[in-house]
Design a protein around this ligand. Structure first.
Ligand code: FES
Length: 290
């Protein structure tokens, strides 16, 4: 028998063979969040299923014959077997997912990536800054903190959308607004005549948040330019930079650190991220086209 190559040995040591194989899931529920954004509840079609997923992690969703995309888990309020993903129609593959109907089948690989550091955030005040669909990977974080509410200090959720038409997760927002243990603030960049709330960028809402910066963890997700401003808004109010966390987005193919598509400075976003502490990425955030 030929000796095993070093590459084969490394591959066997570092990658579970099944991470390459999609597991079959069936669309159990489909909810249109707004035009172009859909939430799918997926249930395993057979005995095999994706094991434990944490807030901030993502799965690779495969539309048969079309392609595969990385999508964050968007809720953990479900049975262990089901997966909830919220998808924005921004390209051929995401459009295919947005057009699925109940009963359709998809492939799922995962779970991949780092998760929001909930352990490090325990006993601290929390500031969550979401821009646009950046609320998607942050919703399971909010759910988990609300579930373990006594483990955390003051909770602030600051959400910015382009306009009222772009707001998603309306049911969650109603319950967050009614929850006395949560300070929820929302703003829009552009207001229509029927909007009575805040207008302006989400970073302005940090002035309405209630926290002790010496004992606060901040979690940020949104367009990269928004995250840049949000990080600096946090640093300006003296939240320590090593307690500011953000979720990066890059093109992904393998999701296992092999193909290099998601390279960001010295990191592979698929396995070193997508959640990073700000000091890890601050040298690379402002480099155009990186
Ligand atoms: S997607 Fe292949 S290395 Fe990250």
């Amino acid at each position: 028998m030929a000796p095993e190559s070093d590459y084969a040995k490394v591959t066997q040591q570092t990658v579970q063979p099944d991470v390459w194989l999609p597991v079959l899931y069936t669309v159990q529920e489909r909810k249109a969040e707004n035009r172009g954004i859909v939430t799918l509840k997926l249930a395993p079609s057979e005995a095999e299923m994706i094991e434990s997923i944490e807030p901030g992690q993502f799965n690779m969703l495969y539309a048969f014959g079309i392609g595969e995309i990385p999508i964050s888990i968007s809720s953990l309020w479900n049975s262990q077997q089901q997966l909830i993903h919220t998808i924005q129609d921004v390209g051929t593959v995401s459009k295919a997912f947005c057009n699925l109907v109940v009963g359709d089948q998809v492939g799922v690989r995962g779970a991949f990536g780092t998760s929001w550091p909930l352990e490090e955030a325990k006993n601290k005040d929390i500031v969550i800054l979401a821009g646009g669909v950046g609320i998607v990977p942050l919703r399971p974080l909010i759910e988990r903190i609300l579930h373990d509410r006594n483990d955390y200090g003051k909770l602030n959720v600051l959400y910015g959308a382009r306009s009222s038409e772009n707001i998603i997760f309306h049911q969650d927002i109603i319950s967050w607004q009614a929850d006395p243990t949560l300070n929820f603030q929302i703003t829009v960049d552009h207001a229509y005549s029927n909007w009575r709330g805040n207008v302006g960028v989400v970073t302005r809402l940090i002035g309405n948040a209630n926290f002790d910066p010496r004992n606060t963890a901040a979690f940020i997700c949104g367009p990269e330019i928004m995250m840049n401003y949000a990080v600096h808004a946090c640093l300006d109010v003296d939240i320590p930079e090593d307690r500011v966390y953000l979720s990066m987005e890059r093109n992904m193919k393998c999701a296992t650190g092999f193909c290099g598509h998601c390279q960001f400075g010295p990191y592979f976003v698929c396995k070193d991220g997508a959640v990073f502490a700000y000091p890890q990425v601050k040298s690379y955030l402002n480099i155009a086209e990186l």
